[in-house]
Ligand binder design. Structure first.
Ligand code: ADP
Ligand code: MG
Ligand code: MG
Length: 358
């Protein structure tokens, strides 16, 4: 996999490093290079080109953001790839794209939020990046995955999958399909929002799972965000919504016991507080009014994506058993219903966070 030529391209000698697989990310191949005899470390990653068709766009977006941040917010820790000896951000070897990233010392990451402090710290890091990037010229930035969070498109794909599905799958999923269709107002709201200029285009992270934040290994204070592959133009609801989707529930999207799925108000509050403390002052009126909507948006989109894939015969998400995608869709539907049920009290939490911010 990793070989000496790749390491040499970045001006390092492989003989000086111990190399091992690293992290629990599912997208890229990640390796840790630890210098023998001192504590210098690097993260070496092979970009997954099945997911990212244009690795150069990832590199350009990160480079542009890094340059802006270095000028406007010097001292902010923004992970920037180390260039090759030929001053390139990526090294291409046998058709694979590699990059080298400085290892953040004393860092760790967690795969799920185990306490509200972690949720708060993580949200604060994503909020801080959004705040610091607010005002950057968006024009040179391109999508690294086109239409990634385009709910209109995801909704059309869902609608198209229904008549085309095999009869047994369609019959099995009938109630779930109907329930997701009953919530189509979530897709309609997005349709209206996306053309509203006050619903800002922002440089968003687009993958705000908690393991994409580096925390201090002993204090668990937030250090910085990592995994910037999907740093691209988007909307606030993507980053905020995916935190709601993945931090508030005590179990993951893989859980099949639906009785375990519920919304923990204290985690909702912690992440809202952390995020809004940072980004709150930059919000437009229309963004402020759609903070609760963010969670619905991301859970709904993920739910119909799983269901669409089930109806299409599991062509996108890897599955471990035949109804895996159907189970994931039911999981997300349950989470959506639980969130909506609590709207008044969760909106009150948002209002309180906004008032504290102002
Ligand atoms: P993936 O895209 O596969 O999710 P990530 O970029 O998130 O890959 O890397 C996987 C894991 O490696 C992260 O969750 C984090 O724990 C760790 N990691 C990534 N970059 C760094 C870094 N610069 N310093 C320390 N740890 C890192
Ligand atoms: Mg990751
Ligand atoms: Mg990633």
């Amino acid at each position: 996999m990793v070989n000496n030529a790749i390491i040499a391209a970045f001006g390092l000698d492989a003989a000086n490093f111990e190399i091992k697989r690293f992290g629990s990310g599912h997208i890229n191949n990640t390796f840790l290079l630890s210098a023998i005899g001192d504590d210098k470390k690097y993260v070496l990653q092979k970009i997954n080109t099945n997911v990212f068709k244009e690795p150069a766009v990832i590199a350009t977006n990160q480079r542009l953001a890094a340059e802006y941040l270095a000028v406007h917010h010097p001292g902010y820790l923004f992970i920037t790839p180390i260039q090759t000896v030929n001053r390139e951000d990526l090294f291409v070897w046998e058709g694979d794209y590699w990059r080298l990233i400085p290892f953040i010392n004393d860092s760790t990451s967690v795969d799920q939020a185990d306490n509200t402090k972690q949720a708060y710290e993580a949200a604060k890091q994503f909020g801080k990046m959004a705040r610091y990037l607010d005002g950057i010229d968006m024009r040179p930035f391109k999508p690294t995955i086109p239409n990634f969070h385009n709910l209109t498109l995801r909704y059309s794909a869902f609608q198209e999958a229904i008549p085309q599905a095999k009869e047994d799958r369609k019959a099995a999923a009938q109630d779930t399909i109907e329930e997701f269709l009953r919530h189509s107002n979530i897709a309609i709201t997005y349709e209206q929002l996306k053309t509203d200029p006050a619903f800002k285009d922002r440089l968003m992270h687009h993958d705000t799972k908690i393991n994409n934040v580096l925390l201090h290994k002993t204090t668990f204070e937030g250090l910085c965000v990592c995994d910037l592959d999907t740093l691209m133009p988007g909307k606030l609801i993507s980053d905020l919504g995916d935190m709601v989707r993945t931090y508030v529930c005590p179990v993951s999207e893989e859980e099949r016991d639906l009785t375990l799925i519920h919304v923990r108000n204290e985690y909702f509050e912690a992440l809202m507080k952390g995020y809004l403390e940072e980004v709150g002052a930059t919000l437009t009126e229309v963004e402020r009014k759609h903070l609760f909507y963010a969670g619905k948006f991301m859970i709904y989109m993920q739910g119909i994506r799983f269901l669409t894939d089930y109806l299409n015969g599991d062509v996108y998400y890897p599955i471990k058993y035949p109804t895996h995608n159907f189970d994931r869709a039911k999981n997300q539907l349950t989470l959506l219903q639980q969130l909506i049920k609590k709207e008044p009290e969760l909106q009150a939490i948002i209002d309180q966070c906004l008032a504290q911010k102002a």
